[in-house]
Design a protein around this ligand. Sequence first.
Ligand SMILES: Cc1ncc(COP(=O)(O)O)c(C=O)c1O
Length: 398
Amino acid sequence: MNNIPAIAGGTPVRDKKLYYGHQYIDDKDINAVVEVLKSDYLTCGPKIEEVEKKLCQITDAKHACLISNGTAALHVALQAIGVGEGDEIITTPLTFAASANCGLYCGAKVVFADVNEETYNIDPASVKEKITDKTKAVVAVDFTGQAVELDELLSICHEKGIKLVEDGAHSIGTKYKGRKVGSIADVTTFSFHPVKTVTCGEGGAIMTNDDEIAKRLYLYRSHGITREADLMVREPDGPWYYEQIGLGMNYRMTDMQAALLGSQLDKLEIFSKRRSQIVKIYDEAFSKVDGLIVQKEIAESDTTRHLYILRLDLNKLKCTRREFFDAMNAENICCNVHYIPVYRHPYYEQLGYNKGLCPVAEKIYEGIMSLPLYYSLTDEDVNDVIEAVKKLVDYYHV
Ligand SMILES: Cc1ncc(COP(=O)(O)O)c(C=O)c1O
C-alpha cells in the first residue's frame, strides 16, 4: 500500500476512474426493449399493466401505477390524496429537491422536519412538533434505502388524519419488520433513475392499498382523463368517448421503459444481495476507523441500500469535506454528495427558508459524501475504495 495520497504527489490507488453509481444492463434487458420496439405499442400498451402487476407481486401492495419518473410519482401521489392550496406538507431536508417540490407543485407550503443524527432519516419527534391544523401529508424519505420509522410515523399521522407518503425513491427491495416497502404507507413512490437499484432510464411508480386513491393515481397520470364508465359524469355518446374530470398531466411511462423495468425487476433480489454485501464490507472496514462515522441501521429495516454515505468526523481530521472529496477524486474514486439540505438552495431561500432551520441535517451535510455502490462493483473495486479512504484518513488525521 502506498501511503502518500495522489493529491500530495503519491500514486493513486487505481488507474481507472470509479463512479459512485452505475446501471447494470444485460442481454435480457436489451431483448425486452427490442421486443416492444417490434410490437404494435410503444406507449399505453400491455407492458404497463404487466409490470404494474409484477410490482404488486414484488411489494405485496394492492395497486401499482407506473409513471414517467419519481418526481411525477410524488406529484401525482399528493394530488391523489388531495393536497392543495393552503395545505402544508412535512418532509426532510436531507433529500433530493423533488421530495419537497411536489408540495409546491400542488400549491402547498413545505415544512421541514429535522433528521435523526445517527440514521439520517426524518425524526418522528420533529415531525410531531411541526404538525399544524394545515398539515395534509408527511413525505418521509427512506434515505439511502433504509426504511423510515414507519410504525411511529403512521401512528403520528393517522392520529391527526394526515396521510403518510413514503418517498421510496431509494428503497425498492427494502423490508420493514418483514413487510415490503410499497405495501406499508398510505402511498409509496419509487424512482427508476439509472443510479437506483433497478432502472428503466427515467421512470417511477406509485403504490397504494387504497382503492379510491388508486383510481385518482391513474386519472392524474394522464391529464385527468378517464375511460372508466363508473367515473364519468355523463353518459358516453359512443365507444370513442372519454372524459376529463380533473386536471392532470401527461406523466405516462412508455412500453419500452416498462419492458426494461420488468426485466430489471427480475434481478432485484441479486442486485439487492450484492449491494448489501458491499455495504457490510464498507461498514466493517470503516466502523473502527477513528475519524469516520458509519450510518446507523435500525433493527426494523432490512435494507436494500441505494447509497453508501461516508461521514467524516471533522473534529478528528485536519481537512474539509471538500479537500477529502477532491483527494478521493485524485485516487480515481469519484464520489458524490447526497444531499445539500433542500431549503439551502437559492430557490427555497427566496421563499423565506433560512440556515439553521434543521441543525442536525445541516451538520450531517457538512461531513458526508457518497461512495461507489452498485451491483457490478467487483471485490477489487470495493477494496480500492476502502484503501483510498483509509489512506486519506491516515494522512489527514489530527
Ligand atoms: C429521494 C428522492 N425522491 C425523489 C426523486 C425523484 O426521482 P426522479 O429522478 O425519478 O424524478 C429522487 C431522485 O433522485 C430522490 O432521490
